[in-house]
Design a binder for this molecule. Sequence first.
Ligand SMILES: C[S@@+](CC[C@H](N)C(=O)[O-])C[C@H]1O[C@@H](n2cnc3c(N)ncnc32)[C@H](O)[C@@H]1O
Length: 228
Amino acid sequence: MIELKGRLAEIAGYVPQGSAIIDVGTDHAYLPIFLVQRGRCPRAVGVDIHAGPYKSAVEQVGLQGLQDRINIYLGDGLQPVQPGEGDVVTVAGMGGTTIVDILQAGERVLAQVNRLILQPMVAGASLRLWLMQHGWGIMEEQLVEEDGRIYEISVAERGTQPIPSEIMLELGPRIVAKKDPLLPKLVGNRVEALEAVLAQLGKARSPGLEVKQAEIRNKIRLLQEVLA
Ligand SMILES: C[S@@+](CC[C@H](N)C(=O)[O-])C[C@H]1O[C@@H](n2cnc3c(N)ncnc32)[C@H](O)[C@@H]1O
């Protein structure tokens, strides 16, 4: 039996009992193996675009004796998957824009999927915007801290749910609404990064500098207001 901790364990927690997951960017296939071994998923699919992680996933599935319940494919995103092979898609550990590209190109498979569990490393706002514009409503979100870094998990299902402001897109509407315990730390990190940009801009001389500085100060103010 393999064990999961932190980020991947939290993602596993959002997979409904009895569902079949398609894990894109599966790497060692730890998530599908864990879910099948725990009886949460009767079967699963893992996909990876690179030969190294693909081989590692095939090897792990073989070592655990799960070849008849977990299919591992080599390929880009949802391209190698047949519609109906899974009803939940997980994509973790990639940039938000890469996740958008994978979802955008995978509509053929997504037509039979009813839940997405996504963990972008960066560009969460772009991913949330895409979800909102393509008929996916964010029904749950969570922050997880692992090895000093904060990760965002978004769970989406079919439906419409407007995200009311740019700052909500950036931080996650559910994370803000439920006042996730890690929200102050996430906001602190974002403010710190913007202050570093302001300090750099302070040393520069270029046209439009003051406008840029004002935009950043406004964003810092909006971020801090979320915690007020
Ligand atoms: C950082 S690892 C994350 C592994 C695992 N999902 C996790 O969260 O721990 C990213 C994996 O995604 C794979 N990957 C990147 N782009 C991909 C794509 N377009 N389609 C399938 N796999 C992809 C990489 O080869 C790599 O194995």
